[in-house]
Design a binder for this molecule. Structure first.
Ligand code: HEC
Length: 170
């Protein structure tokens, strides 16, 4: 687990970088849309509140989902080919003191596939709203990979799973 401040500044960096490099080009090969992701195991959640510098781009709920292969990776630190992890961003609003979900904002995907040699064997992509075609594109692959080697000792995955660790802390 990274210290909170490191994660917050990493995300602040992500916002700046992605604003500069967003591109419509597809990665080669294109990273496929993970249509069944909501049936996978939800390994972690958090809420980005208005106090966060990244609220404009990342405000609301973040649910992380892992497919079966990625669950192996969360347990062992080595993610098998075919592992997929989704960071799902969903809007949030307060209703009578209860924070509820609103619309799906986007999903960010990491897909383990040896063909992505330039980005450590993971394909990265972002799907806006309910779009099944990626919008981040080829250049953004490199932007994502600009940060994720910070977790190289865990196969480029920063988060830990509340299931794999059995811990109540995240
Ligand atoms: C500035 C650094 C940075 C950039 C750039 C970045 N990420 Fe991340 N990403 C992180 C951090 C830090 C976490 C873990 C946060 C936490 O503790 O849950 C993360 C988590 C994730 C996760 C959940 C799996 C994991 O590693 O914990 C996915 C999926 C993901 N990012 C996809 C992407 C995609 C796709 C892009 C490019 C569009 C991207 N990231 C760009 C820093 C970054």
């Amino acid at each position: 687990m990274q210290p909170k401040s490191a994660i917050a500044s990493a995300f602040a960096g992500a916002v700046l970088i992605s604003a500069t490099f967003l591109s419509a080009q597809s990665p080669d090969p294109a990273v496929p849309y993970p249509s069944e992701y909501r049936t996978w195991v939800m390994v972690k959640s958090y809420v980005v509140t208005p106090e966060s510098k990244t609220f404009k781009d990342r405000g609301g709920f973040h649910h992380y989902y892992a497919n079966d292969k990625a669950l192996v990776g969360y347990r062992t630190g080595e993610f098998p080919e075919g592992s997929m992890i989704v960071d799902e961003g969903v809007g949030a609003k307060d209703v009578d003191g209860v924070t509820i979900e609103t619309d799906l904002r986007n999903i960010s995907l990491m897909h383990k596939d040896a063909r992505y040699t330039a980005t450590g064997g993971w394909g990265y992509e972002v799907f806006e709203g309910g779009n099944t075609v990626g919008t981040a594109g080829a250049k953004t692959q490199g932007v994502c990979y600009g940060c994720h080697p910070g977790a190289k000792d865990r196969d480029y995955v920063f988060s830990t799973s509340r299931i794999a660790t059995g811990s109540r802390k995240q």
